[in-house]
Design a binder for this molecule. Structure first.
Ligand code: PGA
Length: 252
C-alpha cells in the first residue's frame, strides 16, 4: 500500500515573514489524525532554513524546488544537494514544467539532477506532463513516455523505488482547469505500466506518482482516490494553510 504524499510547491512566493506565517498555519492544522498522509512543503531557497527550524518535530517534511547536479564549484546562482541537505531538505522538485519552459531544462539535464539527488540521499520529485498542443495532437502518451524514460536514464530499480514522479499536464498548471480524475488516472496507469516494463511490476508498484495541476480542496478527493494517483503536487492552493490542509484531508 503506497502512502499518500501531498507536497506544496510554493514557487516564487512568500518572503521570510510570510514563510513563518504559512508554516505556523500549516503546523497548527496538521492534526494527529492526518499523520497517515505524508506532507512536504517546498518553499523558496531563502526560506528553507527558517522553515526547517519551524518544522522540527512536526512530521512535516521539507523540500526544495530545484538544485544543480554538483556539490560545489563555480556555478553562479546555483544551489547544491549538499546545501539543501544542510538545511533539512529530504526532497527536491526537479524538472518542473516552468523550469522546462522558462529555463530550457531538458530530460537529459533533469536526469543528471535526479541521479545526483539520489546519490546524495535526496528524493527527487520528477515532473512530467504534456502541453495543451500535445494533448490536442493526441501525443500525450508519447510525450510522457519520452520524458519518463529520459529522466530515469541509468537510474537502477532500487533507486527508482524511492523516486516520486509528478504527472503535471502543463495545461492544468495554474489555470484552474484540472485534468479530470479519469484523464489523470489514464496517464498515471501509463506511467506505472512503463515502469513495470522498464524495471519490474514490483518496482512499479512501489513508485509514488503524484498528480499536479489546479488541485484544490473541491477536486482533490476524486483525484486522490484513483487507483494509480498516490498524492498531489499542489501550487496555488498550498499558499493558504487551510486550503492546503483541506487537500491533505482529502487524501485520507
Ligand atoms: P497549480 O500548480 O496547483 O497552481 O496548478 C501545480 C504545480 O505547478 O506544481
Amino acid at each position: 500500500m503506497r502512502q499518500k504524499i501531498i507536497a506544496g510547491n510554493w514557487k516564487m512566493n512568500k518572503d521570510i515573514n510570510e514563510t513563518v506565517e504559512l508554516i505556523d498555519g500549516v503546523k497548527s492544522l496538521y492534526s494527529t489524525n492526518l499523520h497517515s498522509v505524508k506532507v512536504i512543503v517546498c518553499p523558496p531557497f531563502p526560506s528553507l532554513n527558517v522553515a526547517n527550524e519551524l518544522l522540527r518535530g512536526t512530521g512535516i517534511e521539507l523540500g526544495a524546488q530545484n538544485m544543480y547536479h554538483e556539490n560545489e564549484g563555480a556555478y553562479t546562482g546555483e544551489v547544491s544537494p549538499k546545501m539543501l541537505k544542510a538545511v533539512g531538505c529530504r526532497y527536491v522538485i526537479i524538472g518542473h514544467s516552468e523550469r522546462r519552459q522558462y529555463f530550457k531544462e531538458t530530460d537529459d539535464f533533469i536526469n543528471r539532477k535526479a541521479r545526483k539527488a539520489l546519490t546524495e540521499g535526496l528524493i527527487p520529485i520528477i515532473c512530467v506532463g504534456e502541453t495543451l498542443q500535445e494533448r490536442e495532437q493526441n501525443i500525450t502518451h508519447q510525450v510522457v513516455t519520452t520524458q519518463v524514460e529520459g529522466c530515469l536514464q541509468n537510474i537502477p530499480g532500487e533507486n527508482v523505488e524511492k523516486v516520486i514522479i509528478a504527472y503535471e499536464p502543463v495545461w492544468a498548471i495554474g489555470t484552474g482547469k484540472n485534468a479530470t480524475p479519469e484523464q489523470a488516472q489514464e496517464v498515471h496507469a501509463l506511467i506505472r505500466s512503463l515502469l513495470s516494463k522498464l524495471y519490474s511490476p514490483d518496482v512499479a508498484s512501489k513508485v509514488t506518482i503524484q498528480y499536479g495541476g489546479s488541485v484544490k480542496p473541491e477536486n482533490a478527493k476524486d483525484l486522490l482516490h484513483q487507483p494509480d494517483i498516490d498524492g498531489a503536487l499542489v501550487g496555488g492552493a498550498c499558499l493558504k494553510a487551510d486550503s492546503f490542509i483541506a487537500i491533505v484531508k482529502a487524501a485520507l
